[in-house]
Design a protein around this ligand. Structure first.
Ligand SMILES: C[S@@+](CC[C@H](N)C(=O)[O-])C[C@H]1O[C@@H](n2cnc3c(N)ncnc32)[C@H](O)[C@@H]1O
Ligand SMILES: [Zn+2]
Ligand SMILES: [Zn+2]
Ligand SMILES: [Zn+2]
Length: 450
């Protein structure tokens, strides 16, 4: 057994001989495999780039973003057959055909009832790509797709049933154009994609699509991460947001870091099956500020009352998430305001559950083109965001960006410039100075100054 195991390791090591400069895969105690650096990296430095092994554009992005290269621009041309996929040009259309053919005629024949989830669409593409025999792609310099962690032994019945439902959906929508591996292999693949899949987001953190980047998925999680992942087209880029010394493990964050320890723990256990032991999870140093309470007549509320309100707040978040699918924007705004009224009797405006609802309300206002309303929520959110998120945060950058763009639309140019510059300072570090988002932002700021 032991001999077999070490032989396997030896072979793995041989296969990764090319690897990635400055990085190595290692066994991270208690965390499975992990990534560590073999030289020093400074804040803002690029550690590595990983092209997507497979990617899929979100249905809501159709017409705005090229299905193949994820460029967002006007004047894309559509597929003549289904009229649902859009491309920069013929090269992108040709490049995408191996993937788009899985869906093109199916979308025509299913019509309105074509509705596979984005995960199912991504898995269909992975299966199709796995058919092309290639030992190791440029996305798998340190970790092969087939070796991704699936945590199969930790799935409960609910998760198993969800995987079965995904498999049924896959068969339903893709059986004409895809040969499926056996059932067990499909269960493994869905479990792997749930643990290792990435959602691709734009500079305002709007959802663009989903993808798998095996080498990026080698990184373990910390709530005090030393790198951030951003996207350039369909590639992922990993940059340092703290100085990293040789031999140190590289950590990214899998989750939104706004929330207090208990909430982060629950999220990590539910989706990734581990208990985080990072410094913030141990010390909970930010929890008190994150849960800032109002004093009534100089007294803090009783602990039972606090627990009750926390339960309400967590349910309100969940209820709102569901309501987004079915309610009108006006109804959504009312839900936000009602829950803020109730929580506001005990929670300060800087409490993360208040911030969560303000953030949602801002999004609804933007959707309704109520820019004054959106600005007023954004202005309440930005200061606590800066305090509660790490120094270099995509959430903070995108909030400055949204605010800057809103001020500009409202002709408040100097406030706009100031906010855009704050976004730029973060984005130059996390996206890199040559990123198209950074270039566009610089242009926007310079037109303000004319
Ligand atoms: C995207 S993978 C990361 C690479 C993984 N360690 C491997 O060997 O493939 C996510 C999984 O890694 C493990 N993991 C990630 N961060 C961890 C942490 N901070 N502590 C313990 N396990 C962790 C969990 O099993 C999680 O589901
Ligand atoms: Zn394109
Ligand atoms: Zn088509
Ligand atoms: Zn943690």
């Amino acid at each position: 057994m032991i001999i077999g195991h070490s032989l396997l390791n030896l072979r793995d090591r041989d296969m990764t001989a090319d690897g990635i400069d400055g990085m190595e895969r290692f066994e991270s105690p208690g965390k499975g495999r992990g990534l560590r650096v073999t030289r020093a990296y400074r804040v803002g430095e690029l550690l590595f780039v990983c092209p997507a092994y497979s990617h899929v554009l979100s249905v809501s992005e159709r017409g705005y973003t090229c299905e193949h290269c994820f460029a967002r621009k006007e004047g894309l041309s559509k597929c003549g057959k289904c009229k649902k996929a859009f491309y920069c040009n013929v090269e992108c259309q040709r490049g995408d055909w191996a993937m788009h053919k899985l869906e093109c005629s199916a979308m025509c024949s299913f019509g309105e009832s074509w509705c596979p989830s984005e995960t199912v669409r991504l898995v269909a593409r992975i299966i199709s790509r796995m058919k092309v025999p290639k030992e190791r792609s440029d996305s798998e310099k340190l970790l092969l797709l087939k070796d991704l962690e699936g945590n199969l032994d930790k799935l409960d019945n609910e998760k198993r049933e969800m995987n079965e439902a995904d498999i049924a959906e896959l068969h339903h929508f893709y059986s004409k154009h895809l040969d499926f591996p056996d059932h067990q292999a499909l269960l493994t693949l869905f479990a792997q994609v749930h643990c290792n899949g990435f959602t691709v987001e734009d500079e305002e953190l709007s959802h663009v699509g989903s993808a798998v980047f095996p080498d990026v998925a080698l990184m373990n999680h910390s709530c005090c991460p030393n790198v951030i992942v951003t996207y350039r087209g369909t590639s992922a880029e990993v940059r340092a947001v703290k100085d990293i010394s040789p031999g140190m493990e590289v950590y990214t964050s899998y989750i939104d870091l706004l929330y207090p320890t208990e909430d982060r723990m629950e999220r990590l256990r539910d989706s990734y099956y581990f208990t985080c032991d990072c410094k913030e999870c141990k010390t909970k140093s930010k929890d008190k500020v994150k849960l800032k309470l109002r004093k009534v007549n100089g007294d803090e509320p009783r602990s039972e009352e606090i627990r009750e309100m926390l339960r309400y707040a967590r349910n309100a978040i969940e209820d709102f998430r569901r309501a987004k699918q079915e309610k009108t924007p006006a109804e959504l705004l009312e839900i936000c305001e009602l829950s803020m009224d109730k929580m506001g009797s005990m929670f300060e405006d800087s409490n993360v559950y208040m911030l969560h609802m303000m953030y949602q309300a801002m999004g609804v206002c933007m959707y309704m083109e109520d820019y004054d309303g959106a600005v007023s929520y954004g202005e309440k959110v930005i200061k606590p965001f800066r305090q509660l998120y790490p120094a270099y945060s995509l959430n903070v950058a995108s909030m400055y960006l949204k605010l800057g763009r809103l001020y500009t639309v409202l002709d408040r140019l100097s406030a706009g410039s100031a906010a855009l510059k704050k976004a730029l300072a973060i984005m130059e570090v996390v996206h890199g100075k040559d990123h198209v988002y950074v270039k566009e932002l610089q242009k926007q700021i310079s037109t303000h100054q004319k």
